[in-house]
Structures are given as C-alpha cells and as structure tokens.
Design a protein around this ligand. Structure first.
Ligand code: OSB
Ligand code: MG
Length: 382
C-alpha cells in the first residue's frame, strides 16, 4: 500500500445529551476523522481525543498539530505491506497515541478492503457478535440515573457502568444496587481519588461490583497495586495503560485484574492487539472502552472487540445513544439481547456517509504524495 493521500477533517457533532465524568462535562464533540488513500482505496479512522486534556494529555487541537506537522510528513508517499508497519513509520513520535492511531487504523481499513476480509477477521477476531454495555454519566439527580438504567436494561444492554466522583459515589451506588440487585454493575472514577480514599473505596466492596475503573492518578501503576491489595473488588485500568509494556507491568505488579482496551489510548490496532495478547496470556480479561466516538471510531471498536480475549461487555453501544444521526450507514445497532453483530463485509463493514461528513465538517486539510516520476505537473493534478 502506497500512502497516496491523507485527509484530516474536524467535525462538529452535538451529543444527544451532555455526558458528565469526574473530569468534566461534554455536550458537543469535536470529532477528528482521518481518510487515507492507497492503491485506489480509501480507508477511514477516528482520532479519539477529547476536547480538553482532562482524560489524557492529548486534545483535539494537539492531535491536529501533531497529525499535520509530524504524522503526515513521516507517512505520506511511503509504502507499507501491512498496516502493522505504520507504527514503525511513526517511530520517534513520543506519546500522542491518538494522533498516531488515526493514521494506522485508516490503513487497517484499506488493507481489509484490499484483502476482501472484514476488519475484525484481519485483526484475528473470532466473534460473530460482541457483548454491549453502557457507560452512564454522573447525574445531578439519582432518580434520573435510576430511570436511565431502567431504559438501558430494557434496551438489552448487558452491563451498566456508572461514572463516579467524590460526593457522587457510595450513596449513588447503594441506591442503584437496592433497585437493581442483580445487574452486572461497575464504576469508573477517571482518576478522581487519592490513596487516602482507600477506606471510602473499600465501602464499594459491599456492592458486588464487577470492577472499579481507574480510581487513582492517570499515570500511577504503583499506587494502584497498593490499592488493589486493599480491595476485594477488581481494579480495572484505563488511563494508565498506553501500551503492552504498561499492561504487563500493571498485571505483574498486581495493579489491576482487568484492563480496558482503547484503540486511541494505546496508539492503534497493532498495539491494542498487543495489549490484548499480553492480557490473554496472563488470563486477564479485557473489554473495549469508548471515547464518545462517531460511527467511524465505533466501527473500529466493534472490529477490535471481536478478538477472543474481549470476554466482558464493553462500552461500545448503539449510535443512537449518542447521535440523532450518525455518519455511517448502517448505524451501529444493538440487539434486544445486548449484542452487536460484527460485520462480515470487507473492510470496516459500515459505509462512511460522505454527504453527512461534509455537512458537519468545520475544517479540513488534504495532502497528496508527490508523483513518482517527479513530474510537478502530475503532482499538481493529483
Ligand atoms: O473513561 O471510559 C472513560 C468517555 C470519555 C472519556 C473517557 C471515558 C468515557 C466513557 C464513555 O466512559 C464511553 C462511551 O460511551 O463512549
Ligand atoms: Mg474509563
């Protein structure tokens, strides 16, 4: 695959409802889409940054900068046999995993189309359908939260994740448990607690939670190990894990018993698969996280979730929970049993709606590789 062109677009997409976490509230997404072209095919991916550097260090604007000024110059015009070679092209860029993942994942889409196989299969996935759960934002009114849970369960979702923060934790979980004694339930703190909060977190042990996601600092594996020893409930790491080396360190230090795999956070499909393999070898279950993605990022998540180690329901849920109208056709849908079918058609398995993308685009840049002949005229016409 010769990387002949790359396009980067920013789309403005309004969420159906604001989403509140311990680090802030999001109402309107600034979605970055990458389109890459090779061998007459075009592939799509999403750069899954948030708008502000409160989840990880990247933002929509830092990713725009790193992508335009470093990723594109290092990759444009280069030839790779497999999408797995993209990380080597971008070697040297430290961090900025989401910006890098945008290019690599677009190449995975192209490779899958070229080989005539569904992306999930190309990645080594074996599942025909994946188990879907929901992540519910913090609510001012717990009554509203209970009603929302009722609705998600009626729609078939297989597990409920509650966002928590200090002051919105033990009592909220208690009320949810009282009302839903059996539902598979977990919480996600997005690094809102300190080691001194261990006694408070221990109170959560009484609610039969599947796991507590990322209670402590975003970059602190060591203190999560100390905390895990004080809890019966499994710790799940999200923010802390940026690659397979981190996953191995966290598991071997006893910092967690579950890992949330996010494509963007670890730099793309190759590293996500490596994290999966590291966990699988050590019998650590994984699930696929979400970043309030548009359909493009969501489609990539569906493909990754088809790998055998994704044994727990993830945060990959239906398009219609987020958007009045998604940018893919068909949209991601969830069955009454709480499952998503893994596409069986070549590539991503969902078509990108160019008309809709264009409508929502607020800025756009495109780069073409120089023609091989060195003809400036050919380059200008490309
Ligand atoms: O920590 O998993 C997280 C959204 C934005 C940033 C971080 C997280 C989340 C979610 C939402 O939990 C998952 C989703 O529904 O996409
Ligand atoms: Mg999380």
């Amino acid at each position: 695959m010769k990387i002949e062109f790359i396009a980067l677009r920013e789309l403005k997409m309004k969420l159906k409802a604001p989403f509140e976490t311990s680090f802030g509230t999001t109402s309107e997404r600034r979605v970055l889409l990458v389109e890459a072209g090779a061998d007459g095919l075009s592939g799509w991916a999403e750069i899954t940054t948030q708008e502000e550097p409160f989840y990880n260090a990247e933002t929509t604007d830092t990713a725009w900068h790193v992508f335009c000024d470093f990723v594109v110059p290092m990759a444009l015009g280069k030839t790779v046999q497999h999408a797995t070679e993209v990380p080597a092209l971008l070697q040297g860029i430290r961090g900025n995993e989401m910006a890098r993942a945008g290019l690599e994942n677009a190449l995975w889409d192209i490779e899958a189309q070229q080989k005539g196989v569904p992306l999930g299969k190309l990645l080594g996935g074996t599942r025909g359908e994946i188990a879907s759960g929901v992540s519910l934002g913090i609510q001012a009114d717990t009554g509203v939260l209970l009603a929302n849970i009722e609705k998600e369960l009626a729609d078939g979702y297989q597990r409920i994740k509650l966002k928590i923060k200090p002051g919105k934790d033990v009592e909220v979980v208690r009320k949810v448990r009282e009302r839903f004694p059996e539902v598979p339930l977990m919480v996600d703190a997005n690094s809102a607690y300190q080691p001194a909060d261990a006694p408070l977190l221990q109170q959560l042990d009484t609610f039969n939670l599947m796991m507590i996601e990322q209670p402590l600092d975003w970059d602190d594996i060591f203190l999560h190990a100390e905390l895990q020893r004080q809890l019966r409930t499994a710790v799940c790491l999200d923010e802390c894990i940026h690659n397979a080396r981190h996953a191995r360190a966290a598991i071997e230090l006893g910092a967690c018993r579950v890992i949330n795999v996010k494509l963007g956070r670890v730099g793309g499909h190759s590293e996500a698969r490596a994290v999966h393999d590291t966990c699988f070898k050590r019998n650590v279950p994984v699930w696929c996280g979400g970043m309030l993605e548009s359909g493009v990022g969501r489609a990539h998540n569906v493909a990754m979730s088809s790998l055998r180690g994704f044994v727990l329901p993830g945060d990959v849920s239906a398009s219609r929970r987020y958007w009045d109208e998604d940018i893919i056709e068909p949209e991601v849908v969830v069955s009454p049993q709480g499952t998503i079918q893994v596409p069986e058609t070549p590539g991503l398995g969902y078509a990108v709606r160019r008309d809709r993308v264009q409508q929502l685009t607020v800025r756009e840049r495109t780069w073409h590789a120089a023609a091989q002949s060195g003809s400036r005229k050919a380059a200008a016409l490309a």
